[in-house]
Design a protein around this ligand. Structure first.
Ligand code: NAP
Length: 164
């Protein structure tokens, strides 16, 4: 059951600021859409709160520990990450974990791939940081450098867990 993590982070591992993204990178949005389209996406309630809408063409699974939480029509609410990953990453289906920080950390041990966008800037004022994962025993599949998109240059890097 493949689980892939996907995120954009700064050099100092920032992924969020004031409830949103610290940057606007249209080429990264396109990469995110192209990569995740057609697959379930699993996210924390605050990540859902950032965009407040259903991302089309994907089953949107929103995690909350609040039994009373209800999202917009079209949102699937689940209260347990492991169970959600069992449900949506099962049977050879690919599911993407799209944030935020705690969800990435909790899902990392089950991830077969991590798709990073590394934004070549630092965001010291950022308030959400993704863990600096230990990729020992993983291989980096490809790196694509982009020139400055709006204000920042960035690279896509795909990590895959090595099979024994
Ligand atoms: N740069 C990127 O690629 C990227 C990606 C994603 C998000 N972000 C940014 O990161 C920020 C949001 O991330 P965040 O880390 O603050 O929050 P988050 O992970 O999106 O949401 C946290 C909430 O999710 C629920 N939750 C988390 N783990 C759970 C579990 N194991 N079981 C059940 N519910 C669980 C809880 O909701 P309840 O409180 O309702 O119980 C928790 O308070 C925003 O600024 C967003 O823009 C950036």
């Amino acid at each position: 059951m493949p689980i892939h993590l996907i995120y954009a982070r700064s050099l100092d591992h920032c992924i969020g600021r004031d409830g949103g993204l610290p940057w606007r990178l249209p080429a990264d949005f396109r990469h995110f859409k192209r990569t995740t389209l057609g697959h379930p996406i699993v996210m924390g309630r605050k990540t859902y709160g950032d965009h407040q809408s259903v991302l089309p063409g994907r089953t949107n699974v929103v995690l909350s520990r609040d039994p009373g939480f209800r999202g917009a029509d079209g949102i699937v609410v689940r209260h347990d990450l492991e169970a959600a990953l069992d449900e949506y990453g099962a049977g050879g289906r690919l599911a993407f974990v799209i944030g935020g920080a705690g969800v990435f950390s909790a899902a990392f041990p089950r991830a077969e791939a991590v798709i990073e966008t590394i934004v070549r800037t630092e965001v010291p004022e950022g308030d959400v940081r993704v863990e600096a994962f230990d990729f020992a025993g993983w291989r980096s599949e490809k790196i694509l450098e982009h020139g400055a998109d709006e204000r920042h240059a960035f690279a896509f890097e795909v990590w895959e867990r090595k099979r024994p």
